[in-house]
Write a protein that binds this ligand. Structure first.
Ligand code: TYM
Length: 334
């Protein structure tokens, strides 16, 4: 019998524009591995509700994210692409798994500490419960692999623990997923502060390169990126800014091994000039395709409708098993 192809599940928040951290840490890997796996990619609009959101912008950002993923190369033939809220089973499984995950586990999640910013009394309860919804996303589809950036590692570890605990308590039900975090690109840092990860919410627009940035905006941001003291181009622990720039350089050009030699004695300026060209060349085709998809909104809408249907056809029978295992069925006979 043919072996089942490994299943990949990953998600991304509809936060408007995506940046090269999302791209190099996650999206690019999803695209590159697309032909090797069964893929499910989810725009997690329910997760976006954990922080204050406007309904109209959540709706618009969801569509922008669909167009962005298509523009970056997600192929709806090879991958299921859908919106989390279109498949009700995510919310239902989240509630059921709330009885399996513990308060202590959630309290230890570093993203909650970061995102609540000390205002634990006033953030939503959903922000605290966020990781359980993420666990539900993953194990609902029996995903084997979860390709993400480094910042999601703790959430995937939680998914493993919760799946194993559920299986022990109720019998073997879920595949225990594994994180797929690459050695390079899993943590792209801010261009303005290389000790912080690149993020749309945490910095000014100069701190990240968006997939929608124009050629001149990209060039300007690369040239303004902070550098370290000294002038030697090398990726060493005492040079966090250069390490980050060379990391981006190597991921987008595959030539880092020679970069030290190439820039010997030339200083940071030469590196930045070349890096700007490399980033511009990588982003331009995505930006141009994004504009094409945005001009034809019916396309993304039809991809998402079909994606939701395909996701539901996997989620619905799985939830029947889960409900039965947990003793939630069989009391009302029609
Ligand atoms: P999100 O939307 O914050 O980020 C999407 C993906 O981008 C990666 N990423 C980065 N990688 C490298 N460097 C960076 N600076 C950087 N910033 C972001 C993230 O690691 C992620 O892979 N909780 C998730 C969404 C989610 C999910 C899931 C992921 C919901 N359910 C199930 C996997 C499986 C999040 O907020 O990602």
């Amino acid at each position: 019998m043919a072996e089942r192809r490994k299943r990949v599940f990953s998600g991304i928040q509809p936060s408007g524009v995506s940046h090269i951290g999302n791209y190099l840490g996650a999206i690019r890997n999803w695209v590159a591995q697309q032909e090797s796996y069964d893929n499910i990619f989810c725009i997690v609009n329910l997760h976006a509700l954990t922080l204050p959101t406007e309904p109209a912008s959540l709706h618009a950002n969801t569509i922008t994210m669909a167009n962005t993923l298509l523009a970056a190369g997600i192929d709806p033939q090879a991958s299921i692409l859908f919106v989390q809220g279109d498949v009700r089973e995510h919310s239902e499984l989240c509630w059921l798994l709330n009885s399996v995950a513990t308060f202590g586990e959630l309290r230890r999640m570093t993203q909650f500490k970061d995102k609540s910013g000390g205002a634990e009394e006033s953030v939503s309860a959903a922000l605290f419960d966020y990781p359980v919804l993420q666990v539900a996303d993953i194990i609902l589809y029996d995903a084997d692999l979860v390709p993400v950036g480094e910042d999601q590692r703790q959430h995937i570890e939680l998914a493993r623990d919760v799946a194993q605990r559920f299986n022990r308590r109720y019998g073997d039900t879920f595949v225990v997923p594994a994180p797929d975090i690459k050695a390079n690109g899993a943590r792209i840092m801010s261009l303005e502060d290389p000790t912080k990860k690149m993020s749309k919410s945490a910095g000014s627009t100069g701190s990240y390169i968006a997939l929608t940035d124009t050629d001149s905006e990209i060039t300007k941001k690369v040239k303004r990126a902070v550098t370290d003291s000294g002038s030697e181009v090398k990726a060493t622990p005492d040079k966090p800014a250069l390490t980050n720039l060379l990391g981006i350089y190597s991921l987008l050009s595959n030539t880092v091994s020679r970069s030290r030699v190439r820039y010997a004695g030339k200083g940071y300026g030469a590196l930045k000039t070349d890096l700007a060209t490399i980033v511009v060349d990588a982003i331009r085709p995505i930006r141009e395709k994004l504009l094409e998809y945005e001009a034809n909104p019916d396309y993304a809408a039809s991809v998402l409708a079909e994606g939701a249907e395909r996701a539901r056809s996997l989620a619905t029978p799985k939830m029947e098993i889960v409900r039965e295992r947990m003793g939630l069925t069989g009391h009302a006979i029609r």
